[in-house]
Design a protein around this ligand. Structure first.
Ligand SMILES: C[S@@+](CC[C@H](N)C(=O)[O-])C[C@H]1O[C@@H](n2cnc3c(N)ncnc32)[C@H](O)[C@@H]1O
Ligand code: SF4
Length: 455
């Protein structure tokens, strides 16, 4: 066994992905609706002071069919009549926010995520985006993006969104191997993906992302090579190369294959290493955890300039605040609090109909949460963090340093009494480094498995 194999074995433990800190299972103190609105108002003022507007995340949960690996919040249906009432609920929710916040809202980013936003018909997409933007201001350099499934995305949908200002498109690809596609119940051809990519480029989409996953059932080095060969032919600007998160106790559809069908920890890591080296060969650079970008892309430039930011939507090139989230299960972030909406479509819609912001759970951050969140964000976006200045200190950092000493012995981080830097060798262990800063995890080890494994 090589040293790196033994490190992967040692550190391959369940752990969060840190799209938020504290992570969702550790949220304790949910804001009331009026506390949440106060937090968002303060964040809008802070944003204005820094010359940035708000980001809007809009969740469309619908998908036509279920991909068995999927960990997202979805509603599988072929019944198109659900779309219009859902769009109406989103617009009502947006009106509730505006009536409470006042009309002085400037939008810097919109992201349509899901599920599958292109499940919505052309007219519904238009109604949605026009209804969102009509009553508010939009900043000059606003960026609008959407996630789309190439199997259900038409030229007309992309054209209408392009006319409304969308320039970023993220396509779900995952893997092109027929055997893998069959077991994950997602059959899509290279030609289909190539066609949607070409159409989007011709319509003016200037940044295209592909989502790939390593660690899927029956995936081999061969399938990673074949998949990246297709990528090489189409050269999207960005790539999210996600480790498959296996959480069958939360997502029972992941039981449609068995664990014996999954690549083992070492094999899974080898798939990532292979993918990374093939992507680097063609000109992509690793930006933060699991993400790659071409040198001309704003994500890579932001990484180089130290302005990269990360939130529930993944990595973004700049800091914007607050993140207002609309739709079922969507999570908003004011910087000082998180709030997640109801997860069931019917409950979400009925609460919106009653005139309530449909918060199901959330968390008001303590001052320690905010400091530790800053360190975790620094690590995820800059590969290093330091706490020489008083406002970045916290009583947990002594314990963090103790935990990090072992990672230093293994060559994964460089430490001083006031800083931590992830080494090149340590990059695959980013989640483990962040775990040392997680005071909530240190206080209460979960009694049952909550998180997927870190590697
Ligand atoms: C909302 S989907 C993207 C849009 C569209 N629904 C599609 O699949 O084409 C978000 C992405 O999350 C990733 N994903 C979903 N489940 C995952 C899992 N269990 N582990 C890792 N990545 C996952 C996939 O790469 C997927 O493309
Ligand atoms: S991967 Fe995308 S299309 Fe498949 S079930 Fe998940 S959200 Fe829907």
């Amino acid at each position: 066994m090589t040293t790196s194999d033994s490190l992967f074995r040692k550190y391959n433990v369940p752990g969060p992905r840190y799209t938020s800190y504290p992570t969702v299972p550790y949220w304790t103190d949910s804001p009331t609706e009026s506390q949440w609105i106060d937090c968002i108002s303060e964040s809008l003022i802070e944003g204005r002071r820094q010359g940035v507007g708000a980001a809007l995340y809009i969740h469309i949960p619908f998908c036509e069919s279920l991909c068995t690996y999927c960990g997202c919040n979805t509603r599988i249906t072929r019944n198109r009549s659900v779309s219009r009432p859902y769009v109406e609920s989103l617009l009502k929710e947006w009106a509730l926010y505006r009536s409470r916040l006042g009309s002085d809202i400037k939008i810097s980013e919109i992201h349509l995520g899901g599920g599958t936003p292109t499940f919505l018909a052309v007219d519904d997409l238009k109604l949605l985006v026009e209804g969102i933007l009509g009553p508010v201001q939009v900043s000059e350099k606003a960026e609008f993006s959407l996630e789309a499934d190439p199997r259900v995305t038409s030229r007309e949908q992309l054209a209408v969104l392009s006319q409304l200002g969308f320039r970023r498109l993220s396509l779900g690809i995952q893997d092109f191997d027929p055997k893998v596609q069959e077991v994950v119940h997602r059959i899509q051809s290279k030609e289909q993906v190539g066609e949607v990519t070409e159409i989007a480029r011709a319509l003016g989409y200037s940044s295209i992302n592909y989502d790939l996953i390593y660690g899927l059932p029956f995936q081999t080095q061969r399938s990673i090579r074949d998949t990246i060969d297709v990528v090489r032919g189409l050269m999207p600007d960005r790539i999210a190369f996600y480790g498959y998160a296996h959480v069958p106790w939360i997502k029972p559809s992941q039981r449609r294959f068995t664990e014996a069908d999954l690549p083992s920890g070492d094999e899974k890591r080898a798939l990532y290493e292979l993918g990374r080296s093939l992507l680097e060969e063609v000109g992509y650079a690793e930006v933060g955890m699991d993400h790659f970008a071409l040198a001309q892309d704003s994500l890579w430039q932001a990484y180089e300039q130290g302005s990269l930011h990360r939130n529930f939507m993944g990595y973004t090139p700049r800091f914007v605040t607050p993140l207002i989230a609309l739709g079922v299960s969507a999570i908003g972030d004011s910087g000082t609090a998180f709030a997640q909406n109801e997860k069931l479509v019917e409950t979400y819609q009925s609460r919106v109909d009653q005139g309530e912001i449909p918060i199901q759970r959330g968390h008001l951050l303590t001052s320690e949460d905010r400091v530790l969140r800053r360190h975790i964000l620094n690590l995820m976006t800059k590969m290093e963090t330091s706490w020489e200045s008083r406002e970045l200190q916290s009583r947990h950092l002594d314990l963090a340093l103790e935990k990090l000493t072992e990672l230093q012995r293994d060559g994964l981080v460089d430490l001083t009494p006031y800083s931590c830097k992830v080494t090149q060798q340590g990059r695959p262990f980013m989640r483990n480094v962040c775990m040392a800063f997680d005071a909530r995890l240190a206080e209460r080890t979960p009694d049952s498995q909550l998180f997927s494994k870190t590697i």
